[in-house]
Design a protein around this ligand. Structure first.
Ligand code: HEC
Length: 156
């Protein structure tokens, strides 16, 4: 009796949290990234993880970063405004953005004239691409090989 009650509560709260945001599948996201790389590379300093086009900013470390923050990239005004207004890329925000960049910026800024310079929409799988990009973000590597700051010390 008590056990049944416990189980029901457990299942119900589990269902609630997945409904809020279902984390994506990084392996599926890596495959989907083929559709991004005509415009975006993933480059960590000297280490090119994915060689890509230059129409869009480098997406290395994008999860956890402010919108519009890659040095030297010419973002659209709306993206700059969103970054200034506090937009930081979480997996959830990125998944929503790639599904409809202009729509996302309009609702974030509450401005119907906002426009994204990104002309591509990913109909489904945004959460998978977000999980893949998160897996490459420096902050997520902390418990990997431990050494985060070995810049320039490679000796092979
Ligand atoms: C046709 C070229 C193109 C494609 C394809 C494309 N993007 Fe973009 N992306 C851009 C451009 C251009 C911007 C800059 C947008 C702006 O300034 O409004 C951008 C911006 C972004 C940003 C914001 C980055 C930042 O520094 O704030 C993210 C995140 C992003 N793209 C993810 C993706 C993902 C994931 C895919 C694949 C599913 C993708 N893009 C496909 C051109 C593209």
């Amino acid at each position: 009796m008590l056990k049944a009650l416990f189980l029901t509560t457990f299942v119900a709260s589990g269902a609630l949290s997945t409904a809020a945001y279902a984390a994506g599948d990084a392996d599926a996201g890596e495959k989907l990234f083929k559709r991004c790389k005509s415009c975006h590379g993933i480059v960590d300093g000297d280490n090119t993880i994915v060689r890509g086009g230059r129409t869009g900013p480098n997406l290395f470390g994008v999860i956890g970063r402010s919108a519009g923050a890659v040095e030297g990239f010419r973002y659209g005004d709306s993206m700059v405004a969103a970054g200034e207004a506090g937009l930081v890329w979480t997996e959830e925000a990125l998944a929503e953005y790639v599904a409809d960049p202009t729509g996302y910026l309009r609702s974030f800024l509450g401005d119907d004239s906002a426009r994204a310079k990104m002309t591509f929409k990913l109909r489904s799988g945004g959460e998978d691409v977000a999980a893949y990009l998160a897996s490459l973000s420096p902050m997520m590597e902390m418990d990997g090989d431990g050494a985060g700051e070995s810049e320039g010390s490679d000796s092979n």
